[in-house]
Design a protein around this ligand. Sequence first.
Ligand code: HEM
Length: 363
Amino acid sequence: MQNFRNYKMVEPEKSKKKLHNNNSTNGKPEGKTMKSPLGDKIIIDTVGARSGTCVFHNFLYALLFLFGALYFGYLCDKPTFQHYSAQYPYLGHLENLFVVIEDYSPFHQFMQSDEEFFESMKRTSPEQEENLDAPPPFRIFTKDELSRYDGSEGSPGLYLAFLGKVFDVSKGKDYYGPGGGYAFFSAKDGSRAFVTGQFDEAGLTDDLTGLATSDYLGLKEWEEFYGKDYTPVGVLQGRYYNQQGEPTQEWIQVQEKIAIAIKDKDKKDVEKQTFPPCNMEWSSEKGTRFWCTAKSGGVKRNWVGVPRRLFYPGREERCACIRTTGPPSIDPASKENRGDLDNAHLKEYEGCAQDSFECWKAK
Ligand code: HEM
């Protein structure tokens, strides 16, 4: 349907008057008349503000026109505009202004090219936001490559390797970055030093030769710590991973030793419950005193026990509190009622009564 909103409907007589009285420069009407489909006359008012005579206005309009033309040019072909703005500094300022206008304009989206618009939609889509949090791609590092990741100025990042796995530790830059207390761990695999505390060049190595079984528990804890607190970004080609990024035989052996250490610890835990450590104190006059209480060695129980020397092959002897009633721990179905007193790993302290809760070892 035709839109009459900008048309003035006037009665034929009034219309004539208006045509001759209003804003006519030469006595002729400036509004066009046309016949309304409804039969009335319509005037389209095309009379604008008269400014053609004012120099200042003309200058202002020329400036506006130039600004508009440049903005149009900028919108149509940004790369070319940027090319010229790099050569002419005043165009560079103008470009900054256009960028601001573009950023804050409510019509921003309509002024973008289709490619820009879809690109920005992709950037702000929920999937893309998820991807921004996604870990960086997995990579196989050589020793040389990793050595550049020490977090210093110009370095590509702050990484360290543990048992051949490379972690991005940039969020812990206060520890690992230049000047940090643990900066010596960055850009290399110094796994051994994590359990030996030897932080010099010789100690900061991935060679674990000669470590005790219990050290492997420490390694496991650090392995879990880095896996939980930091993002893995790849593997270090060498001792623990081959060129294809697959675990080597040495890595498998380390994992086996860790498994043994865990079993050993579990065993020790059982052993600690069965043979709780004694309390101990030492004085220069009397020597060492060993004694048992219902929570000695940190093991809470409903019996006190008597001190005995505990021997296990390959381990140092220690004092254990031994249960004196009930069946032996190794044969709970037995009718015996001497607790663990007859266990083969135990010896009595010299000069100590069999049923005493304390014993002394001369200095
Ligand atoms: C073998 C010995 C040690 C090793 C391998 C070691 C290693 C580390 C590492 C790698 C970190 C950074 C953890 C992170 O990324 O969040 C750390 C933090 C820390 N270490 Fe050690 N450390 C050792 C001994 C010690 C000792 C003996 C002390 C204290 C006397 C100590 C005090 C600290 C403190 C206070 C922090 C910061 C903890 C925090 O604010 O979250 N460390 N250690």
